[in-house]
Ligand binder design. Structure first.
Ligand code: ATR
Length: 294
């Protein structure tokens, strides 16, 4: 066999490209997560940061990405709605939420999906027995972008009683429409009544920015939660918020924000590469170091 007929090493042009589209994306941890999996699985691929300004022609950007060989991308602030509008096809969750966090470029088409909610539920399932939260009421604090995905995911997961509270009640009201066709009773609660609303809940989720580095702390009395309840803070900087500290002190199950971050990424990775990546403690430790939390 002449050298020309032998196996050729993969060329850079054959390397699958994926990345995260956002503005800013400088501080995104997604490259660390995805490139760790790419290395671990020995894939010929690379995950990049793709800064795209808010006023860019978003569909045009995606077409260029397809042309230069991208397999897909994650989408973050402020482009999740732009990605929803630009996609040729959507999965049911993205269609319902009006927001896309995962794009797959396949056979010349742009397919949009949303793995945020399923990633959130996977993080809960990785940390707690399903019975501890699925069969009890849940209380969600906040009404931002992440809240929408979490609300729908909890209803899809079978939670039948969801209480939603936000400082600005009017921002929470439109979220009810997202679950009106699902078998769930969802009620908006005044922010001041949040401690009462926590009575008998098996799950409390903080989706507000309260407790983040640089933000005021969250004032939340969790004494009404059920024994063995799950408390999830989607904040991951700091990793251990006051809320999670209080949950641990009360012998509840505390789930930090890395759970959702890693699990939504795993579902995007599977969309592009057809393989579910390993979620292990090493990756978590790398993220903790990268976040400067240790
Ligand atoms: P997102 O990116 O998820 O949309 P956001 O719009 O910044 O984030 O929303 C942050 C959440 O934290 C909101 O629910 C916000 O409440 P409002 O809708 O009333 O603004 C909540 N939040 C921020 N600061 C708060 C505070 N000091 N007290 C109570 N809630 C607060």
């Amino acid at each position: 066999m002449s050298p020309a007929e032998g196996p050729t090493p993969p060329q850079d042009s054959e390397r699958a490209r994926v990345g995260i589209i956002g503005w800013p994306v400088e501080h995104s941890r997604s490259p660390l997560i995805h490139n760790s999996w790419i290395d671990q699985l020995g894939l010929n691929a690379h995950y990049d940061k793709c800064p795209v300004s808010p006023d860019a022609d978003f569909r045009g950007v995606l077409e260029v990405m397809m042309r230069v060989g991208f397999t897909g991308a994650n989408v973050t602030i402020p482009h999740k709605e732009n990605a929803f509008k630009a996609a040729d096809r959507l999965d049911a969750t993205a269609a319902k939420l009006g927001a896309v966090n995962t794009l797959h470029f396949k056979d010349g088409e742009i397919i949009g999906s949303n793995t945020d909610g399923a990633g959130f539920v996977a993080a809960l399932d990785g940390a707690a027995d399903a019975a501890s939260w699925r069969n009890a009421p849940a209380l969600i604090l906040g009404a931002g972008g992440a809240t929408r995905a979490i609300l729908v995911a909890l209803a899809d997961a079978g939670v039948e009683d969801i209480r939603l509270t936000n400082r600005t009640r009017a921002r929470a009201e439109p979220l009810l429409a997202l679950v009106q066709d699902l078998p769930v009773r969802c009620e908006i609660i005044d922010w001041e009544a949040r401690a009462d609303a926590a009575q008998d809940c098996g799950l409390l989720v903080n989706t507000t920015s309260l407790g983040m580095h640089g933000a005021p702390s969250l004032d939340m009395d969790i004494s009404g939660l059920r024994a063995g309840a799950v408390v999830n803070d989607i904040v991951y900087a700091p990793l251990t918020t006051e809320l999670l500290r209080a949950a641990r002190a009360a012998d509840l199950i505390a789930v930090d924000g890395l759970g959702m971050l890693i699990n939504q990424a795993a579902l995007s990775f599977e969309t592009w590469f057809g393989v579910r990546p390993p979620i292990d403690d090493l990756l978590r430790q790398r993220l903790i170091v990268d976040l400067g939390e240790k």
